[in-house]
Design a protein around this ligand. Structure first.
Ligand code: ADP
Length: 264
């Protein structure tokens, strides 16, 4: 496979672009959309679903009566906004906040429930720890271990390039977590620099299980075209005709390693 060619089109913006999730067929391939200049003159920018997420109240109460005090805004993805939340003992978490208004149909609901179910079942030192999940009238909150030191994408933006020993050190952590996922039959399907966060001790943690799926038996494949342009493995783009499995995460790890080591 010609990895060189696939990587030629990478740039910082594309590496950081948003995930896509489409059922084949009938989709303009995500890679194409990642490298084609948007026609800004004629096309209205599609509003992100996360824009529907309003800032949560200063105290969010769970059904069981626990209260969390909202802190600062941490970041935003395509679907969710993330805020600091402090519990009554003073412990700080990250709350991935999804507006109920953005959960319009059964498919979106099923996807969110699947993210919660899969993330909840994970326990590994290099995977963002799921803590709790609750809702109020307007939002669903996924309470997570806080990673206050940004992502590998932010580090790369600041540093431009990392050294081989640094990349080796990070790769040991990432690959350990991917091995753990795959042993539990979970494919993440959206591994990218922007989804790998630093905890307070600068350990790496894989987050965002929004596209993760369980492959129940080794001969089963998935056929949904999803992922982030430039990290997508070729077999994903084959859609219904090809199918994909665990290897897509390995491909994405390779893309990340290349991006960290070589100037693009
Ligand atoms: P989406 O599913 O919408 O892509 P993400 O899970 O990527 O949402 O989260 C959106 C943003 O929230 C991230 O880019 C990051 O800035 C921030 N974030 C997510 N999880 C954490 C965390 N555990 N600690 C700190 N910030 C986080």
């Amino acid at each position: 496979m010609n990895t060189g060619r696939a990587l030629q089109s990478l740039n910082g913006a594309q590496l950081n672009s948003k995930a896509v999730h489409q059922h084949a067929p009938g989709l303009k391939t995500p890679v194409k959309s990642g490298v084609t200049k948007p026609d800004t003159k004629h096309k209205k920018k599609k509003e992100k679903l996360s824009a529907l997420c309003k800032t949560p109240p200063s105290v969010v109460k769970t059904r069981s009566g626990r209260g969390y005090r909202r802190g600062s805004f941490l970041g935003e993805g395509g679907f969710a906004r993330c805020f600091q939340m402090k519990d009554e003992s003073g412990k700080i978490f990250a709350a991935k906040t999804v507006a109920k208004a953005s959960i319009k149909n059964e498919k979106t609901k099923t996807k969110l429930l699947s993210e919660i179910k899969i993330h909840k079942s994970m326990s590994h030192p290099n995977i963002v720890q799921f803590v709790d999940c609750f809702e109020d009238e307007v939002n669903v909150y996924i309470l997570l271990e806080i990673c206050p030191n940004q992502s590998l994408m932010d580090l790369l933006k600041n540093r431009k390039l990392l050294t081989e020993p640094e990349v080796r050190y990070f790769m040991v952590q990432i690959i350990g977590a991917v091995k753990y996922l795959h042993r539990r039959r979970v494919v993440h399907r959206d591994l990218k620099l922007g989804n790998i966060f630093f905890d307070p001790e600068m350990n790496l943690k894989i987050g965002d299980f929004g596209l993760a799926t369980i492959i129940s038996s080794p001969d089963k494949k998935r056929y949904t075209i999803c992922g982030t342009p430039n990290y997508i493995a070729p077999e994903v783009l084959g859609g219904k005709n090809v199918g994909h499995s665990f290897e897509v995460d390995v491909w994405a790890v390779g893309i990340m390693m290349h991006a960290l080591l070589f100037e693009i």
